[in-house]
Design a protein around this ligand. Sequence first.
Ligand code: DX5
Ligand code: ZN
Length: 217
Amino acid sequence: MQKILIAPSILSADFSKLGQEIKDAEKAGADWIHVDVMDGHFVPNLTVGPVVVKAVRPVTKLPLDVHLMIENPEKYVESFAKAGADIITFHIEAEDDPKEVIKLIRYFKKKVGVSIRPKTDLKPIEPILSMVDMVLVMTVEPGFAGQEFIFDCLPKIENLRKIFKKDIQVDGGINASTAVEVRSSGANVIVAGTAVFGTKNYEEAIKNLRGGTDGRY
Ligand code: DX5
Ligand code: ZN
């Protein structure tokens, strides 16, 4: 039994008051703060870089969970680590030498996540599963908040759970109802942008994503 952790994605927050939004999410029961980094190459959108991670670091005690949707992630590990990231997740599709990136993230004493897009199967990450703390299974094509959950990803989560006992994170299109599906498939870390920051009551939103009364399976 793993506790369900909720990681609101700041991509859907009001950036004109980002610090307050993060404080509000923490007060509402968030476990991690998810930061979506996009480079306009690996994905067709641009978002934030290390300067924003550095700015929000003092605002919260929660782990900053940095999701790199960028090419050549190894080039930026150091700056995100020094800016205050606690967990650094890179995409397997963006990296020819995943073992080197993992080593680099470990060198900075950060937790390591590896992510797969909806169309990527488990094969390419199998050789490195023992080296990472978390696998992030994307449940939408990375790039934008507010997309529809891709149900075809559920069997992949179930298969991963059979062979991977550490954190399985899911990201994209997760709301109170799709959260039920991902939780029963074996995911234990839920990222949500719209379903938290797009609502009026963050506390209720987080509770609904966690499910049940004690937040356990
Ligand atoms: C998508 C990002 C997600 C996104 C989730 O590329 O990685 O973290 O912000 O947003 P929702 O929860 O609205 O699908
Ligand atoms: Zn993300």
